[in-house]
Design a protein around this ligand. Sequence first.
Ligand code: SOE
Length: 380
Amino acid sequence: MLKPLNIGLIGCGFMGRTHSNGYKRANDFFDLQYRPVLKAACARNEASARAFADRWDYESIETDWRKLIARDDIDAVDICTPNNTHAPIAIAAAEAGKMILCEKPLAMDLVEGQKMVDAIEKAGVSNTVWYNYRRAPAVTLAKQFIDEGRLGRIFHYRANFLQDWTISAELPQGGAGLWRLDAASAGSGVTGDLLAHCIDTALWLNGSISSVTAMTETFIKERKHTETGQVEPVKIDDACAFLCRFANGSLGLFESTRYARGHKALYTFEINGEHASIKWDLHDLHRLEYFDHRDDSITRGWRSIHVSDGDHPYMKNWWVPGLQIGYEHTFIHQVADFLENLAKGQPTSPTFREALATQAVCDAVLDSAELGQWQTVVPV
Ligand code: SOE
């Protein structure tokens, strides 16, 4: 008999769908002691909450997140709302003793994120932040290679996250789907939305970042605001590039933009070590490119590892070798790991505290771009 874990999901948009799919599929493919029960879906608009609940099989709806948190039949609160609501919801959920699974980025800024970490650590509740790309099997394999020492000393870390969906000046800011363009809802632009993913992966794979120097640009300076109907200044960063130093002595180079025509969600990273290098590309997410200088010189070259073997991370739970999986599986893996860790009494990485470290880098990047100076990253 599996133990039920009653989920209350807040925010019925894109991320609400990815998480709900994760809750529904995890037990079909992973042997777990817990089973998520989709108890309640919450959105401000009743019709949206109802339509979402019907489609994803939630038992009930709420239109006020405070009521959802107050319910005795909710064990875990999943926060899939815009960034400016993460802190009040997470703090209230922690005070009510609920487990919390929070969308990235953790918070609007480091100060707010610290308050969230204080609240959940005081409450002692299980928590995780949905930096999902760690759980693409090829990225988890990269972590395994690094931990095994295959790369040796790391010299360089390079990452990009390129999109092109905000190039039109006609696109408004604010409202459903477009809150990412509104600094009041998002906190920042590509830094919190896209580079945060790259930073989370980098901290996981290559350790902490000690200092950064950055530049940002806002290409479209004014956009109509969906909620006010007025043309208002755009305060998010449309593009951001930064250099950094890692604590292990390696150098980092990161770039993100929503103005790279032709690129939709091109998250790539490359790591160069003393013995070997690895590369990963979200558009080809089941492959890990690997070059090992210790190979025989006449056959030495880049290998493209199709990460679909039963020996590869997560893959024994899926199909047969050679058959790949995709984006949605990263969320299923996070649910499976969360439930497995819950049964073992272990934390699920990235915890709120680990996500706070990503927030600290984002804050240092934005400060550096504003001040035009190198910034030390606040240790957390
Ligand atoms: C933005 O377009 C976005 O959906 C991000 O918010 C996600 O975190 C990223 O994974 C894909 O792009």
